[in-house]
Design a protein around this ligand. Structure first.
Ligand SMILES: [Zn+2]
Ligand SMILES: [Zn+2]
Length: 332
């Protein structure tokens, strides 16, 4: 064991650059493609902290083998395609434009948090919903609660949530690491109505009587500071907004922008301006295209050709590696 460790240390010393990269692996409906319903992305810090950004409709359940170790689950908002009101029937089933999915009445977010005993990083309003669903899944009588502190070591002993809202900062540190991965909740110019199918029948009926939607406070994006220096902006669904320049670029200095496209938030129209003039990242990853963007892994539609920074598609099950400056060094 000692010799193996020493050999590994030597190997790391020989390739310090590779050891310091953040690994980013989208998991969608069809391996090798970027499909219409794809949103979920796994991030792995060089210290081993691993998290899932929006479980979405992209996992088969909380034990989807592609997940592996998951220390934290990020939830951007309550739309069914993010909190996960449906789950994959099976990986690769259905078409890339319309993957085969079945209901997930507890939400895929709660399924993954429960299966992995993970930390949920989201607002307190949305956490309340997931707390209840995780309790339903566990059925243990031990309610899920907020984590005791805003900085935790992972893995945590029991599933808990971040207790932060807009502007709040939560830190997760791997055992033995000097530094943690820092999560800041940022604004997203969107809405946060919950998928009705996730509510109780009584609540659904009440809402229906008034033609109402139930919102869970503001929807959010994230700025994640990794231990190698990489600063990733995870936009979630959002319209273009001014803080992309002042808060996300000027203050946080995001070097990688992970951007959700789609017709409703409007980034098909405003995305080039948002990225070139406001965010100015070193690299861009596109996801949430709401159409089958690739066929055989190749881009079908002309997508955001006006973006100046190198832009990559969130191809399912392809791992990209980014250095501390936001440059893709492998897998792009
Ligand atoms: Zn949405
Ligand atoms: Zn969406």
């Amino acid at each position: 064991m000692k010799i193996a460790c020493a050999a590994f240390a030597l190997l790391l010393a020989a390739f310090p650059a590779l050891a310091q990269n953040v690994k980013i692996t989208p998991i969608g409906s069809h391996p090798g493609e970027l499909c219409a319903n794809d949103r979920a992305i796994i991030f792995e810090d060089p210290t081993g902290v691993r998290f899932l950004y929006d479980a979405a409709q992209n996992v088969t359940d909380g034990n989807d083998p592609r997940l592996g170790t998951i220390h934290l689950v990020l939830l951007s908002h309550m739309h069914g395609d993010h909190v996960g009101d449906l789950k994959l029937k099976a990986r690769g089933e259905g078409t890339c434009a319309n993957s085969a999915r079945v209901p997930a009445p507890n939400s895929t977010t709660a399924e993954v948090v429960a299966a992995k005993n993970a930390v949920l990083v989201t607002t307190r309003a949305m956490a309340g919903f997931v707390h209840n669903k995780v309790d339903t899944i566990h059925g243990s009588g031990k309610p899920m609660d907020f984590c005791p502190t805003l900085a935790v070591n992972v893995p945590v002993p029991a599933a808990c949530s971040s207790r932060i809202d807009l502007g709040g900062v939560f830190t997760a540190r791997a055992e033995g690491a000097n530094q943690g991965v820092e999560f800041t909740i940022v604004y997203s110019s969107h809405v946060n109505d919950v998928a009705p199918a996730l509510l109780t029948k009584a609540q659904q009926d009440l809402l229906k009587a008034d033609g109402a939607q139930l919102g869970y406070g503001p929807p959010i994006g994230f700025v994640v500071k990794f231990t190698n220096g990489l600063v990733a902006y995870l936009s979630s669904d959002t319209a273009v907004f001014g803080d992309m320049k002042t808060v996300i670029s000027d203050f946080h200095k995001a070097s990688l922008a992970v951007i959700n496209l789609g017709p409703n938030p409007g980034l098909f129209q405003s995305g080039a301006y948002a990225i070139n003039d406001l965010l100015k990242p070193a690299s861009v990853i596109f996801t949430h295209v709401n159409e089958a963007a690739t066929e055989g892994g190749k881009l079908k539609a002309a997508l955001m050709k006006q973006v100046k920074a190198p832009a990559y598609l969130a191809i399912s099950e392809r791992t990209m590696q980014f250095d501390g400056k936001g440059k893709c060094v492998s897998g792009c």
